[in-house]
Design a protein around this ligand. Sequence first.
Ligand SMILES: *Cc1c(COP(=O)(O)O)cnc(C)c1O
Length: 232
Amino acid sequence: MTNIAENIQTIRGRMAAAARQAGREPAEIMLVGASKMNDAAACQAAIAAGIDALGENRVQEMTAKLAEHAYDGAPLHFIGHLQRNKVRQVVGTVSLIHSVGSLELLAEIDRQAEKRGIVQDILLEVNIGGEESKSGFDPEEVYAAAAEARNYAHVRVLGLMTIPPVEQTPHGNLPYFVKIHRLYVDISRNLYDNTFKYLSMGMSDDFEDAIAAGATIVRVGSAIFGRRSYQL
Ligand SMILES: *Cc1c(COP(=O)(O)O)cnc(C)c1O
């Protein structure tokens, strides 16, 4: 049995240490539990232990767990690859969509949000390693995309998100985190009147480096819930 509450407490301690070391306030960094492949009871255990939000990857899994009240008591985020035909099920259901990696997806989120009469909070996903297998804007195109996104009245861009390449050496992703933080500050300052709040980066193996580089949200799965039987 994984002790979810104990794991969360340990991670909070490590997050706080990393924040202080970087001269930052621990309270300014959110812990999102990446709860894919974990059941409603595990989600509820994380919420009872004070997780800031839960993040899901798959619409079908999320919908099933919503019916089981898995997320009652905490904000729900969508962090996985989102297909355009599933947008309708996500808009208005989650408080933040981390993974908006194309203008087509952005336009569809805007369309569905308009239908529902809401403004959907989102992050732009950046494919910081330029990997074929990953979605997201290339680092060179995200500035233009963020400028374009201002034209959509029913989405509110609150920051950036990234999933760097699988780390090959200890601290190997730190340069990617530093690079995306620079983009984040630049876009917020020049295009969004410094209103960006969320830089979502860092997972079980590298959240301390992400915090050192300026993350305001870390998304942690296996270090909270234990190893998944397979990856999504
Ligand atoms: C699974 C997942 C995480 C968490 O990964 P761990 O290595 O298990 O901490 C974070 N972000 C996204 C988008 C994920 O799919």
